[in-house]
Design a protein around this ligand. Structure first.
Ligand code: SAH
Ligand code: AVI
Length: 370
């Protein structure tokens, strides 16, 4: 197919998903308006038919699954932002406090004023990244910020929050990349030759993948960097099960809404007929696997028209669809991930309550140290 032969960097721009629903899920990229806009580069965006195949495949597994990236349509992104403000959801505020406290150390370890390129995967609202950019500016640096996210809504929020949060400081050029980083990851070229790059993957999002997928993703990030470039990984740590449980079972029911909304996103893409209200939110912390598992559990026998996925899905009462895993790491397991992906771990920083960790690594010459 001719389309498949298009250069990767241009494919997304020339190849428009045909379905309204898919456009809605992925949105369209726009240049940043408030923070000195730059040209937008798009990495390859999933084609509609690839999404349909992925959904078909994941729903036919045992157990049935939906990839967690489908949470982030406009409503899902807004619900996630709301989750980050809930009293029970400790990861965001814990990571923010840790980043605020350690920003000078992180920026200095990344060249201080030479830090000129900050790239964030799954940037979301990017509210925590402000402290790093602010610190780089206050050290006399001129960082550019590259935000990579599958959600157009999240990129819009990134733009708004950066404009608000950095008001009164020198302008930070923002480069938005609307892309699915589980597929092609194509970062814009570094801003100047020899510029020091820092890639960020915060929020504990790495915990939404099993080891194999996590290492594949981080290795792709490594391939886009030069030896000596820095990578900062945020990881949720194994801690009190009750605190973890509460974070995914909040009293206001926002996480339950976020979970159910994935079915709206799937319906929009597949023209399927999932009824989100026919499922219960179930999110236990599974101690044995050090991970939360989010499920949508059928409250009764269901016959669901799968629309463009083809056929009908029959679910028994009590049968579940797993929508997310959210892993908790130890210092050792987080550093192992970095190492296995081609980064030499250099710093480990932990919140005072030991619930969240940040690992700073440097890209190695060889992808593997073993
Ligand atoms: N880093 C932010 C947001 C975390 S939520 C924080 O710490 O608060 C996860 C973010 O990753 C969302 O904004 C979501 O849209 C994005 N995301 C999830 N899967 C993605 C994928 N496959 N490709 C690109 N972005 C993805
Ligand atoms: C994005 N990710 C790290 C969140 C998490 O905690 O795993 C997504 C989330 N799911 C439920 N609440 C928040």
């Amino acid at each position: 197919m001719a389309r498949r032969n298009a250069p990767e960097g241009t494919r997304a721009a020339t190849r428009r998903p045909s379905g309204e629903a898919w456009r809605e899920l992925l949105g369209t990229a726009r240049p940043a308006r408030h923070v000195r806009p730059e040209a937008v580069t798009l990495s390859a965006i999933d084609a509609e038919e690839v999404a349909l195949a992925e959904l078909r495949d994941s729903l036919s597994r045992t157990p049935r699954e939906l990839p967690s990236k489908y949470f982030y349509d406009d409503r899902g992104s807004a619900l996630f932002e709301k989750i980050t403000t809930l009293p029970e959801y400790y990861p965001t505020r814990t990571e923010r406090a840790l980043l605020n406290a350690r920003a000078p150390e992180i920026v200095l370890a990344c060249g201080g004023s030479r830090l000129s390129d900050v790239v964030e995967l799954g940037s979301g609202a990017a509210s925590k990244t402000l402290s790093l950019l602010s610190t780089a500016l206050s050290l006399g640096g001129h960082p550019r910020y590259v935000a990579v996210d599958i959600s157009a809504h999240a990129l819009r929020r990134t733009r708004e929050l950066l404009a608000e949060g950095l008001a009164g400081q020198p302008p930070v050029p923002v480069h938005e990349v609307l892309a699915d980083y589980t597929r092609t990851l194509r970062l814009p070229p570094r801003i100047t030759v020899g510029a020091q790059r820092l890639a960020l993957f915060l929020g504990g999002t790495i915990g939404n993948d099993e080891d194999e997928a996590a290492i594949a993703l981080l290795s792709r990030v490594r391939e886009q960097l030069d030896p000596g470039d820095a990578f900062l990984l945020g990881a949720n740590l194994v801690c009190e099960p009750a605190a973890i449980h509460a974070a995914y079972n909040d009293a206001a029911g926002v996480t339950a809404q976020f979970n159910a909304n994935i079915l709206n996103a799937v319906n929009a893409i597949a023209k399927s007929a999932f009824d989100p209200s026919a499922f219960d939110h179930h999110a236990p912390y599974v101690v044995e696997h050090s991970r939360v598992e989010m499920w949508l559990v059928a409250r009764q026998v269901l016959e669901i028209d799968l629309g463009r996925l083809g056929g009908t899905l029959r679910m028994d009462k009590g049968e579940g669809i797993r929508t997310e895993i959210s892993r908790r790491f130890t210092r050792a397991s987080a550093l192992r991930l970095l190492d296995a992906s081609g980064f030499s771990p250099e710093h480990w920083m932990e919140s005072p309550d030991a619930r969240f960790g940040l690992a700073l690594g440097k890209a190695r010459t060889g992808l593997r140290s073993f």
